[in-house]
Write a protein that binds this ligand. Structure first.
Ligand code: FE2
Length: 401
């Protein structure tokens, strides 16, 4: 067997996986009904494996002969395999260049002034551990699985505009709590205790709070403990839509006094008179606003007229970054992508439900005029994380001098 055809064959197979992974990531960002999305996901995974396997089996004689030749050319009698291989290689070049470009976003912008992290082993800190069922307990024990950990990240962010009134403001950002029942409530109590020790001035929850109705009774005791001087504001995510008693979920959150940014915008006046404008966006899954949102161009003009308000967009998905930029938001907070859940050394995550793929899976990004923070979230429906610890963040804002 010669290395040259083997290299081509490996590249074809990698390009095949890359193409279907590209579709897999984007199908989850469309807002299609959950059943249809799940069916398409299964179809994509099946085709990703069945198509190359079928090609290799159907053309095995030609391929075996090809592997004995010392050249890069495809086999002369390759038939459909050659067409498939050429399609894979073309898509590999096109998508691969885009993917390579997306890796530059792994480098944080200069607006991230400092990062301090603190780690807690949630699972070992609670008597009896935190998984609530056998499967989760088994997955928890897999080598390297960080799902039972917590990383508190304190980040200093230089906001893009000079707004001295918000210098030193501490935003607590959590996302993707995913009350599924896979973990005991004690897990969340521990996590939120550590989060509150950071003493945020304002707490933002960027969606995916709950997955199942049987966890509705957790809302009051768990989320009720979130308290901050300027309150708690939230949007909902795609998983919150799965709750059948959706009205009950909204009533439970309203009873806590938390501000529902999915229904209306919020204005918060700080002690020195500076205002914070908070805009929620739950697209593409939910649109619950009672009143139409002001035209983005009007919002933009008020900003360019010398507004000293800090404008923050709170979205579930980082895919709404273009909207936040149109709204001339200084800061956008999002979650949804869970940091990719698995991060490979050097190349980062590859799976993320976003139209940008894994580009904005987690971290700090600057797309003028908006600085975006994407949280890795606190949990997920698949209790598996490698090199991607659950995260609760404290963002201390700094104004340019
Ligand atoms: Fe989520």
């Amino acid at each position: 067997m010669h290395a040259k055809p083997l290299i081509v064959l490996v590249l074809v197979l990698i390009a095949n996986c890359g193409f279907w992974l590209h579709l897999f990531n984007r199908i989850n960002a469309t807002g299609l009904p959950r059943k249809l999305t799940k069916s398409l996901e299964k179809l994509i995974v099946a085709v990703c494996f069945v198509l190359p396997s079928g090609m290799l089996i159907a053309h095995r004689a030609a391929l075996l002969a090809w592997l004995q030749q010392a050249n890069f050319w495809l086999p002369e009698s390759g038939g459909w395999f050659n067409i498939y291989a050429i399609c894979c290689l073309i898509s590999g070049v096109l998508l691969g260049l885009g993917w390579l470009e997306s890796r530059r976003w792994l480098i944080p912008p200069k607006h991230l002034l400092a990062v301090h992290t603190q780690q807690h082993d949630v699972h070992r800190s609670i008597a009896g551990g935190t998984p609530a069922d056998r499967t989760t307990r088994f997955l928890q024990c897999l080598p390297g699985n960080e799902i039972g950990q917590l990383q508190l990240t304190r980040k200093e962010l230089l906001i893009p505009r000079r707004l001295p009134g918000v210098d030193g403001l501490k935003l607590g950002h959590i996302s993707d709590l995913h009350f599924t029942g896979q973990y005991r409530p004690e897990h969340y109590h521990f996590v939120l205790d550590r989060f509150l020790e950071l003493e945020p001035d304002l707490i933002i929850v960027s969606g995916d709070i709950i997955d199942h109705d049987h966890c509705l009774s957790w809302i009051e005791p768990v989320l009720g403990r979130l308290q901050a001087p300027y309150g708690v504001s939230f949007v909902l995510g795609n998983h919150d839509c799965r709750v059948r008693a959706f009205d009950e979920l909204l009533e439970s959150l309203a009873a806590l006094g938390h501000f529902d940014l999915g229904q209306q915008d919020q204005w918060i006046r700080l002690q020195d008179g500076t205002q914070i404008e908070l805009f929620g966006n739950e697209l593409p899954w939910l649109q619950r606003r009672e009143s139409p949102r002001p035209n983005p161009s009007l919002a933009a003009s008020s900003q360019t007229n010398g507004s000293t308000n800090l404008r923050i967009a709170v979205c579930h998905s980082p895919d709404q970054i273009d909207w936040a930029r149109k709204m001339k938001c200084d800061l956008m907070l999002a979650g949804h992508t869970h940091g990719g859940q698995v991060r490979f050394p050097g190349i980062g995550p590859i799976v993320a439900p976003s139209r940008f793929g894994s580009r904005f899976a987690s971290g700090v990004f600057y797309l003028p005029p908006t600085l975006m923070h994407v949280s890795r979230g606190l949990a997920g429906t698949h209790p598996l994380r490698w090199r991607c610890m659950p995260e609760a963040s404290l963002l201390t804002l700094r104004s340019p001098p």
